[in-house]
Design a protein around this ligand. Structure first.
Ligand code: PLP
Length: 389
């Protein structure tokens, strides 16, 4: 059976050349990057080089601005908890949005129990955060605005340049979770006034379990992981050298290929959606039609349950999801689609196809052949479909 993976927003396949580059760091080059002998120095050189690749991709000012972490989740935790701890004397108010990843949302929920106040800004039907609400929410106690660059479920790209200038004007730090967007769409730290930015290896064809937090020079932050003096004293723990090497190369390759990949994926995605709408009735596109990640296609199939579509596609060798990998299985309606005001009946039947650089037109054609009969069969069984007619 043909196998088609279209769940690249959950994770991507590590590129073979990235795996290749990592291998020596599990075997011959095994030194601790903090050791001063030659074994350690070889590892340190590799870590420094990877850091430089991230500096280059992000166009950061210096390597000291990049802190390696265990992934996007830790980067988000460090950014938010670290700023809250550092700015305790200034204030305790955070502004975020209702459609953030749970790495941000649950960190904010935790901090609410720790005497922080959090404003969850609403989004419109496309998933764009309300800029006026952000402006109105800022008080002299506000210390951080944290809004994602691109949403993982629907792909909507947030107006982070506008948010950055609001934050700058009011003297508030701005953090963005750019885990889905790094290396996929252009980003300008300086123009967007970003103080902190999270990224993750496994979302950009690198390994799992490694990520980074960009911290603009001069930004006050308190470390959350305590121990040795690793990562400029901002994140203790022996560096994951193989992972960091993989992340560095993934960033380097992404930087080279961003334009070509995003054009190819946009075309493939739009061809895919055109195919869906020509073969299946009563579908809706979730997210913004154009201001959206090139690879992301979230489609609502009216009268149906996303889970049953996914299971049926799985039986045909196709891997997709309902949205967030971290909430699927919980059967709760997506917090993102709910916040966008999508009708609960349509939220239930939403499926996220997230394409990747390995996907071909043949993959899409295969799904376009398999999907319509599945939808028809499920709708024939759906009591909602009867009522809808
Ligand atoms: C995947 C993801 C994360 C978490 O990153 P991990 O490296 O898996 O911890 C955070 N934010 C967004 C938007 C994501 O898509």
């Amino acid at each position: 059976m043909r196998k088609v993976y279209m769940d690249n927003n959950a994770t991507t396949r590590t590129r073979p050349e990235v795996v290749e580059a990592m291998l020596p760091y599990f075997s011959e080059i095994y030194g601790n990057a903090s050791s001063i002998h030659q074994f350690g120095r070889s590892a340190r050189t590799a870590v420094d080089q990877a850091r430089q690749s991230i500096v280059s991709l992000l166009d950061a000012s210096s390597p000291e601005e990049i802190i390696f972490t265990s992934g996007g989740t830790e980067a988000d935790n460090l950014a938010i908890k670290g700023v809250v701890a550092a700015l305790r004397s200034k204030g305790n108010h955070i502004i975020t949005s209702s459609i953030e990843h749970h790495a941000v949302l649950n960190t904010c929920k935790f901090l609410e129990k720790e005497r922080c106040r959090v404003t969850y800004v609403n989004v419109d039907g496309y998933g764009f955060v309300n800029l006026e609400e952000i402006k109105r929410a800022i008080t002299d106690k506000t210390i951080l605005i944290t809004i994602m660059h691109a949403n993982n479920e629907v792909g909507t790209i947030e107006p982070i340049e506008e948010i950055g200038s609001i934050a700058k004007e009011r003297g508030v730090y701005f953090h963005t979770d750019a885990v889905q967007s790094t290396g996929k769409i252009p980003l300008d730290l300086k123009k967007m006034n970003i103080d902190l930015l999270s990224l993750s290896g496994h979302k950009l064809y690198g390994p799992k379990g490694v990520g980074a937090l960009y911290i603009r020079k001069g930004t006050k932050i308190t470390p959350q992981m305590l121990g040795g003096h690793h990562e400029m004293g901002k994140r203790a723990g022996t560096e994951n050298v193989p992972g960091i090497v993989g992340l560095g190369l993934a960033c380097e390759l992404a930087q080279k290929e961003i334009a070509v990949d995003s054009k190819k994926l946009t075309e493939l995605r739009d061809y895919f959606y055109k195919g869906i709408t020509s073969k299946i009735e009563d579908v809706r596109l979730n997210g913004h039609p154009t201001s959206r990640l090139p690879n992301t296609l979230n489609v609502g199939f009216k009268y149906l349950e996303g889970e049953s579509i996914i299971l049926n596609l799985d039986m045909e060798g196709i891997g997709v999801s309902t949205g967030s990998a971290c909430t699927s299985g919980s059967l709760e309606p997506s917090h993102v689609l709910t916040a966008m005001g999508v009708d609960p009946a349509e939220t239930q039947g939403s499926v996220r196809f997230s394409l990747g650089r390995d996907n071909t037109k043949e993959d899409v054609d295969y799904v376009l052949a398999v999907l319509p009969p599945i939808i028809k069969r499920l709708r024939d069984m759906s009591p909602l479909f009867e009522k809808g007619k």
